[in-house]
Design a protein around this ligand. Structure first.
Ligand code: FES
Length: 68
């Protein structure tokens, strides 16, 4: 997951990154190949003041092997 975040440049200031990564890892443990909608729902509790949501979404899908 960390490699996917780096590849997609999904962290800016990094304030939200720990929560995003933890939520994403928990999701992939429960659902190895989630849909985009499911990823959005799983990460909804993490607020990013830098607006990295599209890059975080791509990173999680990349880590799941279903990246676009
Ligand atoms: S990267 Fe700055 S709050 Fe998310």
């Amino acid at each position: 997951m960390q490699a996917a975040f780096i590849a997609e440049q999904a962290a800016q200031c990094g304030y939200c990154s720990n929560g995003m990564v933890m939520s994403a890892v928990a999701l992939l443990r429960a659902v190895p190949h989630p849909s985009e909608a499911l990823v959005r729902r799983a990460l909804a509790g993490n607020l990013c003041r830098c607006g990295t949501y599209p890059r975080v979404l791509r990173a999680v899908l990349r880590a799941a092997g279903s990246g676009r």
